[in-house]
Design a protein. Sequence first.
Length: 70
Amino acid sequence: MNPSSTCYTIIHDDLVDAPSSQELRNALQKGSDEVKLETMRRIIVGTLNGQSHVCPRCCELPRAAKRAHA
């Protein structure tokens, strides 16, 4: 096996509609322990699948970074 070869991991997520960053934040701040655990699972699985969880209000990217992502 070539050590420089690329490897990908895909994590199945059965969510039809991904929650917004604001919904995730509210669940982490105000939810029960079970809701917080499920919310963290959603964030981790979404992150592994390439979903961004940046809140535009508090975690805004600098303009240069925004242009690079566009």
